[in-house]
Ligand binder design. Structure first.
Ligand SMILES: Cc1ncc(COP(=O)(O)O)c(C=O)c1O
Length: 406
């Protein structure tokens, strides 16, 4: 008899965005005239920039000619892209990361979810609370978390690191030493960032305790202030303790094209074993490479024109973030983020729960956001808005907020 992986049964039902989708559909059915503005889900709305479209067309043409046709991509990615990333994202910024240490993939979600496979089941994991759900859920599926406790909204064996207004949404170093530490900065959902000296403390802690940091830098392109690291490898000693994830999704609007990468330095060892060959083996066995045309598109993001165009696109989203942040403050809300990240994290008015506020916002202003509690218990009484909407929708949403003060 075939048996299922019972760990899947530990996952509580109703994935956050399905629950939101259901509520919005029900509201739309009951109010067909309502103009709903979606500031909830983290998908981009602006089209792919011209420099990337040009590269896509050229790569498609190559695929149609016998002399330039490409079949399977190399497992770890084409060297033209790995060399470009090594140069532009790392060496130019003073980080010593070689092309060989970069693994191209179809996005950060898969990499963040799959990386746990190269670690034993007896590792403990630490995550921020609130947190991007993939880190915990992928470890639940693997059987590394113990059971879910509905009363606390937490898994028994996970080390949760509260991120609160008091600590600026940057966690304290955990008292119980975890083996694997997931960090994501700029943060989804809070929009918080870590300064370089703060991140250095985590790197020192990981090296001191032989922990590995899994650093999700999917939003590094949104950093606007100085002294905030774009990569964990800006910190001394990070090559010995950290893996970094990057994505083209929010950097260049590739949510539909799909491209990302993971960095595993050759110096990173645990129990004397290098991690690089394990991930290379996993990649080679379970993955057949991101498409050639998409990797060419990724390369074009780093061209002079590509860089300028994506910078303008990000600036436009960050103007939306500014509009949201100022609009909320004017309406009397306490709100965070939105300066180095596309996310705005607002405190719900009064003592309203995140879901209560979701319902109120939908029914009174026809605006959709994301209840903070969906990212973890410390997200209760918070609410996430994103700056990825269209400008006119963002402006209209903030006008509606003026009639709904905190
Ligand atoms: C923190 C974080 N990491 C990773 C991802 C996924 O990125 P990708 O589209 O490359 O899979 C997201 C997407 O929302 C995210 O918020």
């Amino acid at each position: 008899m075939a048996r299922i992986n019972e760990n899947y049964l530990k996952l509580p039902g109703n994935y956050l965005f399905s629950a939101i989708g259901k509520k919005v559909r029900e509201y739309e059915t009951a109010h067909p005239q309502a103009k709903i503005i979606r500031l909830g889900i983290g998908d981009v709305t602006q089209p792919i920039v011209p420099a990337v479209i040009e590269a896509l067309h050229a790569a498609v043409e190559e695929m149609g000619k016998a002399e330039s046709f490409r079949g399977y991509a190399p497992d770890l990615g084409y060297s033209f892209l790995r060399e470009t990333i090594s140069e532009k994202d790392y060496k130019e910024k003073g980080c010593d990361i070689s092309p060989e240490e970069i693994f191209i993939s179809d996005g950060a979600k898969c990499d963040c979810g799959n990386i746990q496979e190269i670690f034993g089941l007896n590792n403990t994991i630490a995550v921020c609370d609130p947190v991007y759900p993939v880190y915990v859920d992928s470890n639940v599926m693997a059987g590394r978390t113990g059971v879910y406790i509905p009363e606390t909204g937490q898994y028994q064996e996970v080390v949760y690191m509260p991120c609160t207004a008091e600590n600026g949404f940057v966690p304290e170093l955990p008292g119980t030493v975890p083996d694997l530490i997931y960090l994501c900065f700029p943060n989804n959902p809070t929009g918080a960032v870590m300064k370089k000296d703060q991140l250095q403390k985590w790197v020192d802690y990981a090296n001191e305790h032989d922990s590995v940091i899994l650093y999700d830098a999917a939003y590094e392109a949104y950093i606007s202030e100085p002294d905030i690291p774009h990569s964990i490898y800006e910190c001394t000693g990070a090559r010995e303790c950290a893996i970094e994830f990057r994505s083209f999704s929010k950097t260049a609007g590739f949510t539909g094209l799909r491209l990302g990468f993971t960095v595993i330095p050759r110096d990173l060892k645990t129990g004397g074993q290098e991690l690089w060959p394990l991930w290379a083996r996993r990649h080679g066995t379970k993955y057949n490479g991101a498409p050639y045309i998409i990797q060419r598109a990724g390369e074009a993001v780093y061209s002079e024109a590509g860089r300028k165009q994506v910078r303008e696109q990000i600036a436009c989203y960050m103007e939306n973030a500014g509009l949201i942040l100022n609009g909320l403050k004017k309406a009397g809300y306490t709100a965070y983020g939105g300066v180095n990240a596309p996310y705005i994290w607002l405190r719900t008015p009064g003592d309203m729960s995140s879901w209560e506020y979701f319902d109120r916002l939908l029914s009174t202003l026809q605006i959709v956001g994301t209840p903070g509690v969906g990212f973890g218990p410390h997200g209760e009484h918070y609410f996430r808005l994103t700056s990825f909407g269209k400008r006119e929708d963002t402006i209209e949403a903030m006008e509606r907020f003026t009639s709904f003060p905190a």
